[in-house]
Write a protein that binds this ligand. Structure first.
Ligand SMILES: Nc1nc2c(ncn2[C@@H]2O[C@H](COP(=O)(O)OP(=O)(O)OP(=O)(O)O)[C@@H](O)[C@H]2O)c(=O)[nH]1
Ligand SMILES: [Mg+2]
Length: 210
């Protein structure tokens, strides 16, 4: 898929204020600092579109970006940031769960996993929660430039194995790097495939191509 345009639309904490659910949407989620915002920028060739930082906890709202005037990428705050107050954590849980439960146009949750790490309990729990809700998800391993392919493959294999303790099959898996753009074509063509099958609701979006 060729990216012709990518624009910021809005930031929200309230589901009621999100754009109308008339276009296919893909949410990027994962631990704080895993590289969600960087991956979005890499996919759409626009450094600085989603705000990134070396300090975890940078993204704090539900951020919608419209791509090719016809589908949304959504940047979400990360989970598992230790230096966050209990009440903030509860707020996070509430509004992310609410978003995941209620967003009709959400086509696939893209769960980002740090490819340098062995399977982390918090990531497996998050995947299990999605599985219990019946929400489609894909796994995106990030920061693959930071170590050898062998090491990445080992961690991916371990994660798959851990998932198979609770799932019958593993979801689609992508290995990516925001630095080298590894995995870009694969992720975009995955999204493109799903976009092709999106059935617009009664109000159809104006113009544009998927
Ligand atoms: N080497 C390398 N660094 C990366 C990659 N992706 C992200 N980073 C770095 O990791 C740090 C965190 O990246 P972000 O994209 O802000 O991470 P995030 O998941 O959006 O973080 P929060 O919004 O805080 O949850 C930044 O310093 C990025 O430059 C990657 O693929 N390779
Ligand atoms: Mg971010």
């Amino acid at each position: 898929m060729i990216i012709k345009s990518a624009e910021f639309v809005c930031s929200n904490t309230q589901i009621s204020k999100l754009p109308p659910p008339v276009r296919p949407e893909y949410a990027f989620i994962g631990r704080s600092n895993v590289g969600k915002s960087s991956l979005i920028n890499m996919l759409v060739n626009k450094k600085g579109l989603a705000k990134t930082s070396q300090t975890p906890g940078k993204t704090q709202l539900i951020n919608h970006f419209i791509i090719n005037e016809n589908w949304y990428l959504v940047d979400l705050p990360g989970y598992g940031y230790a230096r966050i107050s209990k009440s903030k954590k509860e707020d996070w849980d509430k509004f992310i769960r609410n978003y995941l439960n209620k967003r009709e146009s959400l086509q696939c949750v893209m769960v980002l996993i740090d490819s340098r790490l062995e399977p982390q309990k918090i990531d497996l729990e998050f995947c299990n929660m999605l599985g219990e809700k019946g929400l489609p998800f894909a796994l995106i391993f990030t920061k693959a430039d930071k170590q050898s392919t062998t090491k990445t493959d080992q961690n991916v294999a371990r994660f798959k194995k851990a998932l198979l303790a609770t799932f019958e099959e593993v979801p689609d898996i992508f290995i990516t790097s925001a630095e080298t753009a590894v995995g870009k074509d694969e992720v975009l063509s995955f999204i493109h495939q799903i976009n092709q099958h999106f059935t617009p609701p009664l109000i159809s979006p104006k113009g544009g191509e998927f």
